[in-house]
Write a new protein. Structure first.
Length: 227
């Protein structure tokens, strides 16, 4: 089966920081952009977040619009996309909201974490080992085998970095908010890594548009060219 089309979705500040995970969490997007994200979720077959994002934010990760869910069902799809997460250690709390809302879930882990995670998530998710370490290409192969054609990746930075640095990302949705965070330890969209083409490769800009006071940039990294 072909691998899914991989879309990385992120909101950043002007100085490149993503939403923080403090109790007074900074929300970078506006209401119009949150609705756009909900539409992208509804158009996806699966949505993926990493274990760190789950622990920090405890999201439900749903398509919130009842109308969009109804359209999915009318098209012969489940109301909610498959929800996907990754934990190399298998250290995930079964009480997190992620497991108790929406439709089907799958959790990818390693040989070292699979026994622990299967015990914790009995009846909550399909648990799959990717071998001695997290193999993102194998993850996409498995999702393709499940009929997933379009995968939306919502973070965090370690997960986005892995997909982009390994040449597995087809599209990036970068929403830039008119805010400056200014904190040295605030999380960023991407981590240091060796990216395909390095700093000389210019990604193809497919779209730039304003959504309220947010600017959305759509990049196609596989269609880039040398500087």
């Amino acid at each position: 089966m072909p691998r899914p089309y991989v879309l990385l979705s992120v909101a950043t500040s002007v100085d490149g920081h993503i939403d923080d995970t403090s109790a007074d969490r900074l929300l970078l997007s506006n209401s119009e952009d949150f609705d756009r994200v909900d539409q992208v979720r509804a158009e996806s077959d699966a949505i993926l977040i990493g274990a760190g994002t789950m622990r920090a934010d405890n999201p439900r990760l749903l398509v919130n619009s009842e109308e969009r869910r109804a359209l999915r069902v009318a098209a012969g799809k489940p109301a909610y996309p498959l929800k996907v997460t990754i934990s190399a250690s298998g250290d995930l709390d079964p009480g997190l909201k992620f497991w108790h809302h929406g439709g089907e879930k799958v959790a990818y882990t390693t040989d070292a974490g699979v026994e622990k995670l299967r015990e914790r998530l009995t009846g909550l998710a399909d648990v799959v080992t990717l071998g001695p370490s997290i193999d993102f290409a194998a993850l996409l192969d498995d999702l393709g085998g499940r009929g997933v054609e379009r995968l939306m990746v919502e973070g965090g930075g370690q997960i986005h970095t892995a997909f982009l640095s390994q040449g597995l990302a087809d599209e990036i949705h970068l929403a830039i908010a008119p805010l400056v965070v200014g904190e040295a330890d605030a999380p960023r969209f991407l981590h240091p890594a060796s990216y395909p083409g390095g700093s000389t490769r210019r990604m193809h800009l497919a779209e730039a548009r304003t959504i309220g006071d947010v600017v959305l940039l759509r990049y196609l990294p596989k269609q880039g060219s040398p500087a």
